[in-house]
Design a protein around this ligand. Structure first.
Ligand code: NAD
Length: 473
């Protein structure tokens, strides 16, 4: 099997060692890639630094065309890329195709947004002392962006950092997750087809223990991290002077109020607690149901969960595939077993087979159990009855995390109350918390992170406002 090269300052390169990527479903080798040496990492950083001013001055039509090209090429190679994502990540091909479609849109939105990315004029003569003065306010990139990405969306979450960086004219170095580097290496291939200057992008699949050099280097002033909270905050602590964006984990809640469409809610919650084996930062983990409809909802939910199609992720019909590794599946098993030992009841699932875990519904989970407090990142949901709407919203907020929440209701009052009360970065009314459109602001509060992604929000995060004052007008 060929060894994939990595991307060093826009060119394919090989280092002096290789790593193998395996399929979480059957353990088979998916591919091998070359690993950059420390000297090559230094070369990539120096190139990004050297090209930063040229990148910031790159004409908008060049940036927009590069982004549009990548969007078109992902679309043209969609089937191949989706199969690669499924092979290295284990997510069912149905979801992998969805991720590819989203990445096409992410690059397309960035191409559109860069064309709209202009400064603004601000009149200063609101006060007599500033008569005749005008400010021109523009946004300037801080400089090269270090993009550290997780395994669960190995293409689109890389796109969410690379596309806005190019859109604002910032060089970007991607450090992908060790389990799933191949999709980002393929993305490097498409970026290399563009007219972007050499040095504007690198994709460096270095092991975690060698990533500190990238994180701490002052020539990369922006660190955009998506991953788990402990790793994210440990990285932020290392670099107090950098501009850090943290897109972290959660234990998202879906609230089902008494006026909800219970069939719709059950179907959506069943699917979005388990999609990608529950390995999404906004997968439904806590299901909070208003007391009067609790039993009727559970009667619908359990068969919906049991009806999900599990199995080989390469099969077009599969809805729930394996977890990323056997260790991940064992951890989920252990957390469920701990909850059961403490009194929880298993209403569905609860069985591990290798890297797979069956879609699971738990009731009566003690308040301090890990499956209630921490991020499960597996196909497990817990049911929690609520006495009232206020009680339900207080339960959503009873978490150290705050990424997104979903509220199933037909009441506008309940929707606005949710928007006011819930301590999260996003409230989804009428659907699961797992809903995300790629152009919308996305990110969390509390331990779910700092800063926002979504094209325009990330472009704002990678830049600072610069004011030019014009005198004598
Ligand atoms: P992780 O924290 O283990 O790893 C994330 C990235 O950090 C990987 O590239 C990893 O190699 C790297 N990394 C790990 N240790 C490092 C170190 N010491 N120095 C530098 N880099 C290091 O997360 P994961 O298991 O890949 O992904 C799952 C997590 O990501 C979950 O917590 C999930 O909620 C979160 N996530 C958040 C979002 C979001 O947008 N908020 C989206 C997807 C996933």
């Amino acid at each position: 099997m060929d060894v994939r090269t990595f991307w060093l300052a826009g060119r394919p390169a090989t280092g002096d060692s290789e790593l193998t990527v395996t399929n979480p479903h059957d353990g088979r080798e998916v591919g091998r890639h070359s690993v950059p040496t420390d000297a090559q990492v230094e070369e990539a950083i120096a190139a990004a630094h050297a090209v930063a001013d040229q990148a910031a001055a790159l004409p908008v039509h060049v940036r927009a065309e590069a982004l549009a090209h990548v969007s078109r090429r992902i679309e043209e190679r969609a089937d191949e890329i989706a199969r690669l994502i499924t092979a290295e990540n284990g997510k069912p091909i149905f979801w992998a195709r969805g991720e590819v479609t989203r990445a096409v849109a992410t690059f397309r939105f960035a191409a559109e947004e860069t064309r709209r990315w202009s400064g603004e004029a601000q009149r200063l003569d609101t006060e007599p002392a500033a008569a005749g003065r005008l400010a021109y306010v523009s946004r300037v990139p801080y400089g090269p962006v270090l993009a550290i990405t997780p395994f669960n969306f190995p293409l689109n979450l890389v796109a969410h950092k690379v596309a806005p960086a190019i859109a604002v004219g910032a060089p970007v170095i991607v450090k992908p997750a060790p389990a799933t580097p191949l999709s980002s290496l393929l993305l490097g291939e498409l970026l290399a087809e563009t007219d972007l200057p050499a040095g504007m992008f690198s994709v460096l699949p270095v092991p975690n223990e060698r990533a500190a050099g990238l994180v701490q280097d002052a020539r990369l002033p922006v660190v955009s991290f998506t991953g788990s909270a402990p790793v994210g905050y440990a990285i932020a602590d290392q670099v107090p002077r950098k501009h850090v964006t943290l897109e972290l984990g959660g234990n998202a809640a879906a609230v089902v109020l008494a006026d909800a469409d219970l069939d719709w809610a059950a179907q959506r919650i069943a699917l979005y607690s388990n999609y990608q084996g529950g390995q999404s930062c906004i997968a439904v983990q806590r299901v909070i149901v208003e007391q009067p409809v609790h039993d009727a909802f559970v009667e619908r939910l359990v068969p919906a969960v049991e009806g999900l199609v599990t199995g080989d992720p390469a099969d077009e019909k599969t809805q729930v595939g394996p977890l990323v590794s056997e260790a991940a599946a064992e951890r989920v098993e252990q957390w469920v077993n701990e909850a059961v030992a403490a009194g929880a009841e298993v209403l569905a699932g609860g069985i591990r087979e290798g890297t797979s875990y069956t879609p699971t519904v738990l009731a009566g989970v003690p308040h301090d159990a890990k499956v209630a407090r921490e991020e499960v990142f597996g196909p497990v949901m817990i049911l929690q009855p609520a006495a009232s709407v206020d009680d339900a919203y207080a339960m959503v907020n009873d978490s150290k995390y705050g990424l997104q929440a979903g509220v199933f209701t037909r009441s506008l009052d309940a929707a606005f109350l949710a928007n006011r009360e819930l301590k999260v970065g996003g409230v989804v009314v009428g659907d699961v918390p797992s809903y995300r459109a790629d152009q919308m602001p996305y990110g969390g509060v509390k331990d779910s992170g700092i800063g926002r992604e979504g094209l325009r929000s990330a472009m704002t995060d990678y830049t600072y406002e610069k004011v030019m004052v014009l005198t004598g007008l």
